[in-house]
Write a protein that binds this ligand. Structure first.
Ligand code: WTA
Length: 677
């Protein structure tokens, strides 16, 4: 074994039990999830994970993952330079850990339940079938010239083939980059170009809420400007024909069927790339966040088990799309590494009616339901009978992710959906963190779960709150910039082809610490609550969006010299973009026509969900003498808090405030402008 046990009493007694694979259902009737670890001193276990990470993570990795060659060293990390390596020298294959190890023990266990858009037409895929599908797809990729290290874009909604495409890349050592199938062709092209993808995997159409969307047409438009793409693999989701441009386009199912269902796994280093996932930051250009093999897989598996109290036989229901990190970590990698049955939810919360989630829970016997507050806020407006008419007794743990959960949504989820008997875990994490970092978990044994609080750090996570002066804030009942002071196995390793940007974005604000970009509050008891982003990133329906990306799109309009976009609260979506737009003085077009063009620009350059809900035409923007836009003032105006504008003495011309307030008041008087609020 790679790790020499130092054998403290604590370790000998507790670690093997703690880190063993998920237990069976023997505690099913137990009301509290902590029963599984009831005899452990959880504080000691957490303390151990942060005081002796080598021992803790070394044991976990040796116990939980199947290695081709054992690792020689647990970690080599220096946060100030963004150098992060885990399980050095170890060799493994992620798809083997997610498939083969389970097929050996229980080939017929259901791996995936594909909850298709059409209710009642779910498809179950066993571990054996998923392994075969993955191998056929892997062999198809290989026979089209895709090899270790090549990048493959996946532009598909959730489906067994999409999961197989991810795992097929992992099997042959190719690097996947899943692009959310709601992104426009230009956004897709930008990601393909940055990653220099050799192939795209897509489907002819997607089906969502009864509507068909031509994904292949979007890919066709995107790859026109992507010379790196040699092949587009097209799966047939619907019976409708699609135009194929052969030999570039390959019908996926046809190409897979003659392939062997055996594909020898590539042996990969712990730190070889597993995937890229593009996410928004505070500049216009999305960042290709890099995750690697062993550390990511181990971290998602452990968090999946402990945060959700996952046990063998459970049906794990995370309704996120695979286009986001939540789908990667808690639809695919974490659950499959644990040998779980994981649900792929293709539909929407309101299709065909607002009971869809709960009808699915009843029909599939879902035990853990993990979703986004935005959907809960939408659903709680409907009558409770939409929930109550379905049997939800299978549910054991509820989870929320992606944005702050407000009290109303928390209580509705906990008491109406969970009948007050299921722990509800508010989980805080990010694309960059790989897995859940702060959430109630078994180490909280006996501690209450406080509504709408992410609560406690996971094993290995050391949160620190920083003051404005850049000093750690001590004690309780305090707030600050949320940082993490020690590396953990699931964290991102770099930004693809731009390590300096990685260092600048995450490790330079507070040297030696990972800066999350979020603010947080720590209660007197030491529990954490996330207060929201501190940078120019907003969160629309749980989707992360840089305001600079929207500004870049708007600024392309010839009549628009300047814009500023901020996020304003929205009762369902959490936040929506609000655009302040300056028009050229001499322009002839009607402002309304320009605004329509601006909406189209954002929709074609990024995605529909990024289109600002509000546009306010102003003569100029509030700027400091050095030319920086004072967004704080725009936020105050848009949230109608102009009584308290704070210090405006640094403005180049303070009279601009009056001008903007006046423009806003006029806008407010037009009822149709804010009707969607
Ligand atoms: C926000 C999603 C409050 C936060 C997994 C973070 C949250 C960003 C929570 C990451 C939560 C995520 N409470 N805010 N429980 N979870 N966030 O990369 O601002 O899509 O920085 O990852 O979402 O979004 P991302």
């Amino acid at each position: 074994m790679a790790v020499r046990s130092r054998g403290t009493k604590l370790l000998q007694t507790f670690l093997p039990r703690c880190l063993a694979p998920p237990p069976g259902r023997r505690h099913l009737s137990s009301p509290a999830w902590s029963s599984q670890l009831a005899s452990l001193p959880p504080r000691d276990l957490y303390r151990l994970s942060v005081t002796d990470p080598d021992q803790f993570w070394g044991s976990a990795a040796a116990e939980r993952l199947r290695w081709v060659e054992p690792f020689q060293r647990v970690r080599d990390c220096e946060l100030s330079s963004g150098r992060i390596s885990w399980f050095l020298g170890g060799k493994l294959n992620v798809s083997v850990n997610c498939l083969d190890v389970h097929v050996e023990k229980h080939p017929d266990r259901v791996a995936l339940i594909w909850e298709r858009d059409e209710p009642g037409t779910e498809v179950k895929v066993s571990y054996r079938q998923l392994l075969e599908m993955t191998c056929r797809l892997a062999n198809t990729l290989k026979s089209h010239g895709i090899h270790k290290g090549d990048r493959v874009a996946i532009y598909m909604p959730v489906s067994p083939l999409a999961v197989a495409a991810m795992l097929a890349c992992a099997r042959i050592g190719a690097v996947h980059t899943v692009v959310f199938a709601g992104f426009s062709s230009e956004a897709l092209a930008g990601r393909i170009q940055d990653a220099q993808c050799k192939a795209v995997v897509t489907c002819n159409q997607s089906v969502r809420g009864g509507r068909l969307i031509d994904l292949k047409a979007t890919v066709d438009a995107a790859v026109k400007s992507c010379p790196s793409v040699q092949h587009v693999f097209v799966s047939q989701r619907t019976d409708n024909p699609t135009v194929m441009d052969r030999p570039r386009d390959v019908q996926l199912e046809e190409a897979m069927s003659p392939q062997s269902s055996i594909c020898p796994p590539e042996t990969l280093d712990s730190e070889d790339l597993l995937f890229l996932l593009y996410t928004s930051g505070s500049t216009g250009q999305p960042k290709g966040i890099v995750h690697t093999q062993a550390g990511y897989l181990l971290y998602t598996a452990l968090t999946h088990q402990f945060v959700f109290d996952y046990r063998e036989g459970d049906v794990f229901g995370c309704v996120a799309d695979i286009g986001w990190i939540t789908g990667h970590s808690y639809v695919v990698y974490g659950p499959l590494c644990n040998g779980a049955t994981t649900v792929l939810f293709e539909s929407t919360p309101v299709y065909p009616d607002p009971g869809r989630y709960w009808e699915t829970v009843q029909r599939l016997g879902i035990t853990q339901f993990y979703g986004a507050p935005t959907a809960l806020r939408l659903l709680l407006k409907y009558d409770e009978s939409w929930v109550k008419k379905y049997d939800r007794s299978s549910l054991r743990t509820l989870g929320s992710v992606g944005e702050p959960i407000n009290h109303e949504a928390w209580h509705w989820f906990h008491s109406v959906v969970g009948e007050g008997r299921c722990p509800l875990v508010d989980t805080w994490w990010q694309t960059e963190t790989g897995g859940i970092c702060i959430a109630p978990h078994p180490a909280d044994e006996g501690a209450p779960i406080i509504p709408a609080m992410a609560m406690r750090p996971f094993f290995g996570i050391q949160p620190v709150l920083m003051s404005e002066e850049g000093e750690p804030v001590q004690g309780g009942d305090v707030g600050g910039a949320l940082c993490i002071s020690q590396a953990w196995p699931g964290m991102a390793r770099t930004i693809y082809r731009d390590h300096q940007r990685f260092v600048d974005a995450y490790f330079s604000a507070y040297p030696g610490y990972y800066f999350t970009g979020d603010g947080a509050y720590r209660s007197a008891e030491g529990y954490y609550q996330i207060t929201g982003r501190m940078d120019d990133v907003i969160n629309v329906s749980g989707h992360r969006l840089g305001t600079a990306e929207i500004e870049d799109a708007l600024d392309e309009h010839p009549s628009v010299p300047e814009t500023a976009v901020i996020g304003v609260p929205h009762h369902i979506k959490g936040e929506v973009p609000f655009a302040f737009v300056v028009l050229k003085e001499e322009q002839q077009e009607e402002p309304d026509a320009i605004l329509t063009e601006l909406r189209n620009l954002v929709s074609t350059k990024i995605a529909k969900y990024a289109v600002p809900q509000h546009f306010l035409v102003v003569k100029r923007l509030p700027k400091t003498r050095s030319g920086k836009i004072m967004r704080r003032i725009l936020r105050k105006v848009a949230t109608e808090m102009t009584d308290d504008l704070g210090d405006i003495s640094t403005l180049d011309d303070p009279s601009v405030v009056k001008e903007i307030v006046h423009a806003y008041e006029q806008y407010r008087k037009q009822p149709h402008q804010r009707k969607e609020e």
